[in-house]
Design a protein around this ligand. Structure first.
Ligand code: OAD
Length: 254
């Protein structure tokens, strides 16, 4: 990997410094240095190399083997609970106290590492939901609950309607993104000066559309990734390297 030159880092830093409204749009690469596997990056033990997404992350898979799906999410929950935010999460959390800039955080990650690094829950838009909650799988029941990540409950029926099972509050393939989150993310990206795209292959839609949405609205695009990605072609500046090394160099704290 060729590390980005100091000039390139400085140019990205200047763009960020001169911006008033910034959106950080992240994917699994943001949490990779904490020890959470990505989905498609073979170097970081890509989950979709080992597991079948249609079996584990779809309504069809859940109907076929509910216990398998819940056990897999509970294994991931325990992994997330066992790791810590890394220096990239911490750099993003520092934006909370900046006086002259508004940062919004849009993530495809279902983990809670941005919140655990200090951002408030309402500051993080989880486009693909969150693994920290369960809800009833029935479309007709509004039951939802917080999950103890260290001791998640095994497969269980919904205690409210008794008609269907509880499932993790994440977006599965074939499901729509949560309306509220998607609306907020589109607004944020249509109104930012700079979009910092961190650790995402930018291959999963509609989330990846946020990048052209921001570009068309006139934002500068800075991409941070260990390799080229679906966002490379649209980037004003592409910084090839680990988020944990690069983000602390881009973001000033006051
Ligand atoms: P991917 O696994 O597709 O991509 C992870 C990206 O992170 C890759 O481009 C890596 O090169 C990069 N990367 C790895 N380590 C990094 C590091 N230390 N610093 C910077 N970059 C690094 O993950 P996502 O793009 O998040 O959706 O995947 C998007 C969605 O696909 C996920 O939210 C999930 C998945 O299927 C659902 O489950 C619905």
């Amino acid at each position: 990997m060729n590390l980005p030159t100091e000039d390139l880092i400085n140019s990205a830093r200047d763009i960020i410094k001169q911006s008033e409204r910034i959106v950080a749009f992240s994917g699994a690469g943001l949490s990779a240095e904490s020890g959470i596997a990505t989905f498609r990056d073979h170097k970081t033990g890509a989950l979709w190399d080992k597991y079948d997404p249609t079996q584990l992350a779809s309504q069809e898979g859940f109907r076929h083997d509910r216990k398998l799906v819940i056990d897999w999410y509970n294994w991931r929950r325990q992994n997330i609970q066992a790791v810590k935010p890394n220096s990239a999460h911490q750099a993003l959390a520092k934006t909370k106290t900046l006086q002259n800039q508004t940062w919004q955080h849009v993530t495809q990650n279902v983990d809670n590492l941005l919140e655990r690094s200090g951002l408030d829950e309402e500051q993080v838009i989880h486009l693909h939901g969150t693994i920290t909650r369960n809800h009833c799988n029935s479309g007709n029941c509004d039951f939802s609950e917080q999950v103890d990540l260290a001791n998640p409950s095994p497969l269980s029926q919904c205690p409210q309607c008794n008609n269907d099972y509880l499932r993790p509050s994440v977006v599965w393939f074939g499901e729509a993104l949560p309306d509220h989150a998607w609306g907020k993310a589109q607004d944020a990206c249509s109104n930012c000066d700079t979009l910092v795209v961190i650790g995402t292959s930018a291959q999963v839609y509609p989330a990846a559309n946020l990048i052209p949405i921001a570009k068309q609205a006139g934002a500068k695009i800075i991409v941070v990734n260990t390799q080229s990605s679906g966002a490379s072609g649209i980037a004003n500046i592409e910084l090839i390297g680990a988020a944990g090394d690069i983000l602390p160099q881009l973001i000033d704290s006051e």
